[in-house]
Every structure is written in structure tokens, then in C-alpha cells.
Write a protein that binds this ligand. Structure first.
Ligand SMILES: [Zn+2]
Length: 364
């Protein structure tokens, strides 16, 4: 069955979870040291291919990390899932939330299990905590708060604790590559500030994908709330966001993402319009994986459903068994004209910058 999503994200989902508990659905949980997705189970080798990216970091065997930056409801989780279909890439979801609340709250992984029971994250976190003191996660969480803001003092001033935080972050990422058996990681935490911190850490070969979606579609999506449903991937009640709030935040976060792309450089960053990703998943994925020196994977066509794997957090779409990308411009028909006009008036320069038409009826 192809369903229609109600939040304006341009995707349709396959079969929903079988039951109200979010379907602790069948996965190959016999594998504890490598994640083998169902579709790629016959691909036994996920060893790193020779990188075409040359940099001091890459030469020293740094961890290759694709950071997906952008605003919410822009398809960042869908892109994470699509990238994770590649046999060399682990789509890890919003990794920033692992220590913040996912682990302590026992939230759900995209595989359908709680993180404590997920074979991948259980192994990753066990390795991560080895040799660390009591209260490790709480301390890591505090360090995140001091380092992941856009103007975070812990990062900018290299306050005490920065080096140990960087070491622990690298330890987590190395564990993720070891457990997944995949040399490239995707972190779709979205907020640019976290990527600024990752960019400043030694041992991380950071690449950035700036995902942007027409802000009016984002605003229309955010005008609808979602009730809390942990097993369906909604960890807390999502209240409707006022239009003006979204207009300001959408502009600020996208500007910050552009700043981030300049920080990492043009050979390590790419901007992806969500609408283009939906129209041409193969082309979009191909451009992103080329950035990290990989060849496209045949499965990234969009014609076959994408299967979420172990995205630790992100939008509720990750809790679906399969996802078929499909164009959805419902907001263009349903969003009241005056609301669209207000958003357009406030964000016209940014919309124009990303080649979105300012007048209704114009072709995007
Ligand atoms: Zn999992």
C-alpha cells in the first residue's frame, strides 16, 4: 500500500508498523558486529574503497562523516535513510540526540527495537562507555551543550574539556564504523552548530550536505502538530509552530548552513534542494557519495522502497518499514493564500536565492 503522509513531506510510505507498539519488527538481530541490511545481506564486503578525496585528515585514516544540515521537515531523515542504502555508508540518524535523551529514555531505533535492545546501538554504546567514568553520558551531554551552539564558548574558546570531548566523540564515531562495518557515517542532526564542532575535531573528515526545502512547505508542515507517540518515532508532543517563528528560524538556520559550507569548503560541501532529491534520488545520492569518493549504489533509484536501518533518531518516517519517495506539493493547494503571502514577503530573498518562485503559479 502506498500511503500519503500528512505533514507535507514528499514521501509515501509502505506498510505501516504492524501494531500500535511500533512493530518490534523482524530484523536480523543475530549480527552484533556488523549491520547487514535486508536488501544488501548478500553483499559481504563493506570495506572502505579507495578514497578520491585527498586531505590531511583523510590521509591519516580519519573517520569520513557526512553531516546533513538544514531545517526540520526538510527531508533530512529521508536523505539519511537513502544514503544508508549504500553498502559503504551507515545512515545513523540524528546522532546528537543519542546522549541528550535517546539512550537515557530508551527511545526507539529505526529497526523497531528500543536502543538498549538494538544490536547495533547496544554494541556501539557498550564500546563507547568502556573505560569511561560513571556519569559519562551526563558529562558528554554537558559538553555538547557547551560546544554545539553556533557561538558555543566551549568550542570557540577551547575551554577545558574540549579535547576530551573531541576524543570521546571520535571514539563514538569509530565504534559506529566498527560495529556497522561501514567506513562512512551519516549524521543528520541538522543543526549547523554541531557540525562546526565536528569540523574542529581532529580525526574527523567532515563533509556537509545542506538540505533546503521551500520554506512555505516547511511552514505548512509545522503548522500541524503531532501527538507524542514514542513507538512511532515522535518522542515528544510537537506543537504547531507559528508562521512567523518558522519564517525567521528557516532563514537563520539556512544562512548558518551556508556559513558551515563555507567553513568546510566547496570540495567538502554540497547544497541539495529537497524537491530535487525527490525528483531525482539517483542523481542526488550520486552527487553526495561522489563527494566522499564513492560510486553510486544501484539501489538509490527511488523506484524501489528505501528501508530504514538503524537511524537512532529523526523524523517519524524512519519507523516505517519502507519508504517510496514521491512528489507531494499539497501545501501549494492547501496553504491559505495570505499565509503564503506573509511567508513569501518575509523570506523573499532567501526563497529567490534557492530558486523558489515567489508568485503562485510560477514553476519551481
Ligand atoms: Zn537499530
Amino acid at each position: 500500500m502506498i500511503g500519503h503522509l500528512s505533514d507535507g513531506i514528499n514521501a509515501c510510505t509502505g506498510a505501516p508498523p504492524e501494531d500500535g507498539r511500533g512493530a518490534l519488527r523482524e530484523k536480523d538481530d543475530s549480527v552484533t558486529d556488523a549491520i547487514l541490511p535486508r536488501r544488501n545481506a548478500d553483499e559481504t564486503t563493506m570495506a572502505p574503497r579507495e578514497s578520491r578525496t585527498s586531505s590531511p585528515a583523510a590521509d591519516q585514516g580519519a573517520i569520513k562523516l557526512i553531516y546533513v544540515a538544514g531545517y526540520g521537515r526538510s527531508g533530512t531523515t529521508l536523505l539519511d535513510i537513502a544514503l544508508g542504502e549504500h553498502p559503504a555508508i551507515m545512515g545513523a540518524g540524528e546522532v546528537a540526540t543519542l546522549a541528550r535523551h535517546v539512550w537515557d529514555n530508551g527511545e526507539y531505533c529505526a529497526c523497531g527495537a528500543r536502543v538498549h535492545d538494538c544490536p547495533a546501538w547496544k554494541a556501539i554504546v557498550t564500546r563507547w562507555m568502556q573505560g569511561e567514568p560513571d556519569g559519562f553520558l551526563a558529562g558528554y551531554r554537558r559538553a555538547q551543550a557547551l560546544t554545539e551552539g553556533l557561538l558555543a564558548p566551549g568550542r570557540l574558546l577551547r575551554l577545558p574539556g574540549w579535547r576530551s570531548h573531541a576524543r570521546r566523540t571520535l571514539k563514538l564515531l569509530r565504534g559506529m564504523t566498527l560495529v556497522s562495518g561501514r567506513p562512512i557515517l551519516v549524521d543528520s542532526s541538522k543543526l549547523p552548530g554541531r557540525a562546526f564542532a565536528l569540523a574542529a575535531m581532529p580525526g574527523i573528515d567532515l563533509h556537509v550536505v545542506h538540505v533546503v526545502r521551500d520554506g512555505r512547505g516547511v511552514a505548512w508542515s509545522l503548522l500541524k502538530g503531532h501527538r507524542r507517540s514514542v513507538e512511532k518515532g515522535v518522542q515528544r508532543e510537537l506543537r504547531p509552530k507559528p508562521l512567523l517563528y518558522t519564517a525567521l528560524r528557516w532563514s537563520m538556520v539556512n544562512l548558518a548552513a551556508e556559513w558551515l559550507c563555507r567553513r568546510v569548503g566547496p570540495d567538502r560541501s554540497i547544497r541539495v534542494r529537497y524537491e530535487d532529491f525527490i525528483d531525482d534520488p539517483r542523481g542526488t545520492i550520486g552527487r553526495i557519495v561522489a563527494l566522499v569518493g564513492e560510486r553510486p549504489h544501484d539501489a538509490a533509484t527511488g523506484a524501489v522502497p528505501f528501508e530504514p536501518q538503524h537511524q537512532v533518531a529523526g523524523s517519524r518516517h524512519r519507523m516505517q518499514k519502507s519508504i517510496v519517495l514521491r512528489s507531494d506539493d499539497k501545501w501549494k493547494r492547501e496553504m491559505p493564500g495570505w499565509k503564503r503571502w506573509i511567508f513569501t514577503a518575509m523570506c523573499a530573498p532567501m526563497l529567490h536565492r534557492y530558486d523558489y518562485p515567489l508568485r503562485s503559479g510560477d514553476v519551481a
